[in-house]
Design a protein around this ligand. Structure first.
Ligand code: SF4
Length: 254
């Protein structure tokens, strides 16, 4: 008499759905591509508004992030979608009659490099001309910065203004105005609602104190990195909301 081996159909691993299988392949490719990009050896102007200077040090020194905190495929896709919205916004503004330049004759994005190349930034564009209907509103030349945001963040920007709602963006704008020689005119800030395609435009007067403070912070970060010192943490508590979402939380508080 042969023994019958009971079959347990409940414990077979569930095969991935078509979507899961394809998305996994895409994410693997995106993460690998991102990992193969050369390391940025300068402090990026767009990051200097980060409220934690120590985090900027970790980032600049390219110290390993905590496990499972690297950019996922989905995060990389979100970044890429943001660039598409920016390109769309440029096209829409140009159709409305704005003359926006985004690249120099060499085809490169406009930008600046200071402190022997250790602080750099690349701007979204320069408004060099506005249509007659808006010429009294938007003075040229003016820095143009564009961000895309989900509906909740976009509404917050509209309600409070970019400086109050997104200080990181405000610091970036002030620094870019200063280093690009565009401090004489208010910057034009455009925010695209990723959920509804609504547009917000806001004039941002040059904030000299913010530009100086942001530049000083960059110098402090570089000097501390060179000296092997750590700048103060943003909080005395690892549970602070900035630390809770920080990719160097374990390293920082170990
Ligand atoms: S864990 Fe907190 S204090 Fe440490 S680098 Fe991150 S944000 Fe700054």
């Amino acid at each position: 008499m042969t023994n019958v081996i009971p079959l347990d159909f409940n414990h077979r691993p569930k095969p991935p759905t078509t979507a899961e299988a394809i998305n996994a392949l895409i994410d693997i490719a995106l993460v690998a591509e991102n990992g193969s990009r050369p390391r940025r050896d300068y402090l990026g102007g767009s990051r200097l508004g980060d409220p934690c200077a120590r985090r900027l040090q970790y980032e600049h020194l390219d110290l390993p992030r905590d496990p499972d905190t690297g950019f996922s495929g989905q995060t990389l896709r979100i970044f890429a979608v943001g660039h598409v919205f920016e390109d769309l916004a440029i096209g829409w503004l140009r159709r409305a009659g704005f003359d926006i330049r985004t690249r120099g004759r060499d085809g490169e994005q406009f930008g600046f490099s200071v402190a022997n190349g250790r602080i750099q930034g690349h701007i979204d564009g320069v408004v060099v001309g506005a249509p007659p209907e808006a010429a009294s509103l938007v003075a040229a030349p003016a820095l143009w910065e564009c961000k895309s945001a989900n509906a909740r963040n976009w509404k917050e920007i509209v309600r409070r203004g970019v400086a109050a709602a997104k200080p990181v963006y405000a610091a970036q704008i002030a620094l870019y105005q200063a280093y690009m020689g565009l401090a004489q005119t208010p910057a034009l800030f455009t925010a695209v609602n990723k959920d509804t395609a609504e547009l917000h435009h806001e004039l941002v007067p040059f904030d000299a104190a913010l530009a100086q403070a942001t530049s000083d912070k960059a110098v402090r970060v570089l000097q501390a990195c060179d000296a092997g010192e750590w700048l103060p943490r943003i909080s005395a508590e690892p549970g602070h909301f900035e630390c809770a979402r920080c990719p160097w939380q374990s390293r920082c508080w170990a």
